[in-house]
Design a protein around this ligand. Sequence first.
Ligand code: NAD
Length: 417
Amino acid sequence: MVKVNPLDVALKQVDIAAKHLRLDPGLIEKTKQTKRELIVHFPVKMEDGTVKVFTGYRVQHNVTRGPGKGGIRYHPDVNLDEVRALAMWMTWKAAVVNIPFGGAKGGVQCDPKSMSLGELESMTRRFTWEIASLIGPDQDIPAPDVYTNPQVMAWIMDTYSILKGYTVHGVVTGKPLELGGSLGRFEATGKGVFITAQEATRYLNIPIEGARVVVQGCGNVGGIAAQYFDKAGAKVIAISDSKSGVYNRKGLNTSEVLDCKKRYSCLITPEAKAGEEITNEELIELDCDILVPSALENQITRENAPRIKAKIIAEGANGPTTPEADEILYDRGIFVVPDILANAGGVTVSYFEWVQNLQELLWNEEEISERLTRILTRSFAEVLNISRREKVDMRTAALILGIGRVVEATKLRGIYP
Ligand code: NAD
């Protein structure tokens, strides 16, 4: 697969949307630049007695509409351009769902699968210390992303709180419930993918009952989304992890497959043959109604876009589709619910968690679910209206809405001095 720089993708998307916004070139330039970037190299004592130096990043793309917000990723491929692109997508995402956050992102270049829990904790605590001047409930609020989870958020919260001398719940979201986490946050992104995909099926008159769904990635986003599709009566026919996927034309037993992954770290065991093994490349091209890429960037490109058979693509992952692929998919009539709308359930419930932390109160599950559904269905309708009015795909429509709101906020605040 050709390597694509996610930052090039993010910048090209801005150019495409900017044509419809008729903006001052200076303001377009501002939207393309990140506000602050911190690169840190820091040592960690490993369990074999050696010292290993890691490189980490925290990037704030834009804080015009509110504090920076965005996950922290642990992955060997994490690099500055990827973090910049992910931070930029966070800015547009928060604006699309109209919550008062800016966009940020962070990551550490590491292989978390080869590290012990103790090493992960040490690395997380030292990284938190290194970026502590940038983060905080009023400045920039991290959350989980690829290969980070509520436990990692708990270590960040604890380290930051020790540094301050008192407990600061609002410094991260996606925390465990016992430490100021919110009900519904763990499920929020996957649930949001389901809600927005369901809106797309309603628009296209595709019954969700019996719809064939293919999910790439079975982590927080993919795993939860698959369960929501399953519960709604759709048929999850394939799901994958970083190694490979499992496919069953008649439909998988989703909970059995996910349970197998949890217990044995693989999707198929020789005893319980849920279906046939397929590669991630084959999975993307399967004949289905809804394709849900929920792993990494650059999965749908100009090479495989002509062979995609899905009617709807609901992007759980950030940046899974390149602009060249977008053009091909649009021409072929494939309806894409873009990342900055489809996976915005995560940042939305993160916002609820932050609000609850600041106000020191707790909302119940029904309140959270009802508010999340309302925000996502309203945002879907707004994006769809723009897409029909401007005769553009859903991604460009979402960018027109998101970038438009950020630029409007910039104009209202004015350029200092
Ligand atoms: P996760 O760590 O929980 O799961 C990642 C999944 O991707 C795993 O199942 C892993 O096996 C799979 N994977 C890794 N490399 C792969 C590869 N090369 N090919 C196929 N599958 C691969 O991470 P997550 O939180 O589910 O995040 C997945 C995507 O969703 C990312 O793009 C992330 O930025 C995006 N996202 C996450 C959230 C959130 O709240 N966690 C919110 C919005 C967007």
